[in-house]
Design a protein around this ligand. Structure first.
Ligand code: P6P
Length: 333
C-alpha cells in the first residue's frame, strides 16, 4: 500500500469529515514547525543550543535556549498564514496578537513549544504540545478571555516527540493517528493508524520523591500499586518516570499505563504543576480519543472551565480502569 503522508491524511479528513481547509493548513504548518524544532534539538551541543537562555518564563522557570528557539519557530511559522486569530504559549505571559499586516483567521493556537526542556541537556526525549480552539465569533482582538474555553471545545490537539524517532501524534476528534518523520523525504508518514490506550495496565508513572507531600487518596493508591500481589490490587506493577510529559504520555498511548502529577503540599495554593491549557487539555483530548481517561482527581479535565491562561491542574490520565480507581478514591476521601 502506498505510504499515507500527513498531507494525504489531512486531505482525506477534509473529504470524510469536512475538515475546514484552514484547519488542515494549520496542522500542516504546525507539523512543519515541529520538523524545524526537531532539527534544532538534534544539533545539541554542536548547535550551541544547549543550556539556559539567561531568562525566566511566566512560571518563573529558567528558560532553556531551545525553549526560546522553539517558541520563535512556532510564532514565525504561524503568524503570516491567515488561519489564526492569536496564539498563546507557555513561554509568553500574554496572548500573541497576529501582526497587523497579516490576515487573521478563525483559530486560536496554544502550545508548550518544548515540554520537558529540563531533559534537553541530558539528551532525553522532549516534545512540543499544541491545542487548537475556535476564536469566539465576532472577536476582532482576542484577549486572554477568548482562550478560556474548556478542553471539550478543542478542534484538534497533538504533540511532536523528539526521541529516537521524531513522531507527530494528532487527533482532530476522529481517533488518534501517529506519524513518523521520514527525514530523507522530510515528510511525516502515517505509521500508527489507530492508537488505543489499553483499559488495563501494570505500569504507573509518578515522581515518587514527592510522596510525603501527596494527598491521602494518592498516597493510598500508590501504596496499593507498590504492594502488588500482596495487596488489594492483586497484581505487580512496574514504574516509569521520564519527567518529560510528552515521553511519558507517548509510552502510555503506545502500551498503556497511568500518568500522575498530583497537587501536593509543597505549594498548596497551586492546583498542580502541569498547565491546563497547553499541556493537560491537549493530552487529555488525545488520551480520551484513544479510549483512555483523564481527570484532575475529582473531575474530567476536559470539562474544567479555565480561569486563567497559565493555570495549573492536577493530572491523572491513561488506562481507564486505573484512572477511574484513583478518581474514585478522591471522591470517597
Ligand atoms: P518533575 C517538564 O518540566 C514537566 O513540565 C513535564 O513535562 C513533566 O511531566 C514534569 O514537568 C516533570 O516534573 O517535578 O518530576 O521534574
Amino acid at each position: 500500500m502506498s505510504r499515507v503522508t500527513l498531507s494525504r491524511y489531512l486531505i482525506e479528513q477534509t473529504r470524510d469529515h469536512n475538515t475546514p481547509a484552514d484547519l488542515r493548513f494549520l496542522v500542516e504548518v504546525v507539523a512543519r514547525a515541529c520538523k524545524a524544532i526537531s532539527h534544532a534539538v538534534s544539533k545539541g551541543a554542536l548547535g550551541g543550543v544547549l543550556g539556559n537562555a539567561g531568562t525566566d518564563n511566566v512560571q518563573g522557570e529558567a528558560q532553556k535556549k531551545l525553549d526560546v528557539i522553539s517558541n520563535e519557530i512556532l510564532l514565525e511559522a504561524n503568524e503570516w498564514g491567515g488561519h489564526l486569530a492569536a496564539m498563546a504559549s507557555e513561554e509568553m505571559e500574554e496572548a500573541y496578537q497576529i501582526p497587523g499586516h497579516y490576515p487573521k483567521g478563525a483559530y486560536l493556537l496554544l502550545f508548550d513549544p518544548l515540554d520537558g526542556s529540563s531533559n534537553i541537556d541530558v539528551n532525553v526525549s522532549v516534545g512540543t504540545i499544541f491545542s487548537v480552539l475556535r476564536c469566539p465569533e465576532g472577536t476582532t482582538t482576542p484577549n486572554e478571555q477568548s482562550f478560556l474555553q474548556p478542553g471539550t471545545e478543542q478542534v484538534a490537539a497533538g504533540y511532536a516527540i523528539y526521541g529516537p524517532q521524531t513522531m507527530l501524534v494528532l487527533t482532530m476528534g476522529n481517533g488518534v493517528k501517529g506519524f513518523t518523520l521520514d527525514r530523507e523525504m522530510g515528510s511525516f508518514v502515517l505509521t500508527h493508524d489507530n492508537m488505543q490506550v489499553p483499559e488495563q495496565t501494570k505500569e504507573f508513572a509518578i515522581n515518587m520523591s514527592n510522596q510525603r507531600h501527596w494527598e491521602i487518596p494518592v498516597a493510598r493508591y500508590v501504596s496499593e500499586l507498590l504492594a502488588g500481589t500482596t495487596g488489594s490490587l492483586g497484581k505487580d506493577y512496574n514504574m516509569r518516570w521520564i519527567a518529560s510529559m510528552v515521553a511519558d504520555v507517548h509510552r502510555i498511548l503506545t502500551r498503556g499505563g497511568i500518568f500522575m502529577y498530583p497537587r501536593d503540599a509543597r505549594e498548596p495554593e497551586k492546583a498542580g504543576k502541569l498547565r491546563l491549557m497547553y499541556e493537560a487539555n491537549p493530552m487529555s483530548f488525545i488520551i480520551e480519543q484513544a479510549g483512555g481517561a483523564a481527570t484532575n482527581g475529582r473531575q474530567r479535565i476536559l470539562d474544567i472551565q479555565p480561569e486563567s491562561l497559565h493555570q495549573r491542574v492536577a493530572v491523572f490520565l491513561g488506562s481507564k480502569e486505573e484512572v477511574d480507581r484513583i478518581t474514585g478514591y478522591h471522591h470517597n476521601a
